[in-house]
Unconditional design. Sequence first.
Length: 386
Amino acid sequence: MAIRSDTSTPADIVTTLRQGIGRVSTEVIEEIQTRIPEYDRPEDELYIKVIRMAVEQAIYGFLDRIESPDAPWDPEPFRMIGRGEAAEGRNLEPLQTALRLGARVGWRRLTEIAEPLGLSPHSLYDLGEAIFVYLDQLADAAAEGFDEARARAAGEMERRRARLLDLLLTQPPPAHEAIADLAKAAAWRLPKTVACVALDDPHGACRRPALPPDVLAGLDRARPCLLVPDPRGQGQTLEIALRGAKAAFGPAVPLAGAATSLRWAEEALELSARGVLPRGVVRCADHMSTLLVFKDEELVSALAATRLAPLAHLRPTQQDRLAETLLAWLRYGRGAGEVAARLHVHPQTVRYRLRQLEELYGDQLADPDIRFELEIVLRARQALRT
């Protein structure tokens, strides 16, 4: 910006201002350290030196622009300052306050020299406007550096957490010390228990859920999953976050058993996809018996071939009715009234079916081991048919 003056040239103004840079810098630093606690470190000589360097660099940069308005400006030093603020773990508010304080001190100095230099009100206005334009540019450069550093730090933290998730899901589990070291680097508190969530989103087509910050997310894995620390208190929050998704919550296990929780969750998700378990979000804890029954389907099928053989010669509809009645009888007791209520049929119908079953199975229904095996195969049959 060109500075208008009746008696002084921009070079005269800059020369006068350069002579007082040391005093102005000291005044700016004192003002900053008095008003901004984050920058008040009197015992840290290196930090004070860095602050003085930044203040003087800002003042010299402003004077250079007054002297040569068209000269190129390098914002990198102030991007670096923004990166430093991110590294200190602060937001940009203290830096922005410091910039405003520096501008105030600079304006005060300009008003002091305005009359000796013969600066007209127009010239003083031009200088004031130049200060605020420059202030905005410094703030923008610092914000760029700050955002860049935060993004880089977030990316690095995300990579560390991804490595931690890989480590936790390794079988056999690695040494606790290795997990603890990486967890510390990833700013992740080691929990007593964890639960894994298997997600049916292999191509990343679904929206990314808003997750609590301590949940380790493996959404880019070939088989997407989440690892939830201390899951008892987070279940409802996660169910809300996963609403509309296809997911299965594994059981809560000690930290070293994370891979086991994920394996159960993936098996539950597969059974959900087949219609054996409900669709949507399912919990292994609510379907443990079904998961156990379907753990080895070939074995269950072989058992079913033996235990359901007495029904094999009947028509499919008859098989279905008798299998349904037998399962209800095994689950809810031997009273016809209770079984009828569960099946929503007349008690006399149940009595007729039970007589048929007694004729088909004979003494087998009195054997508790056979009744146990029958319930296993009939539960599996019902789940598959459902």
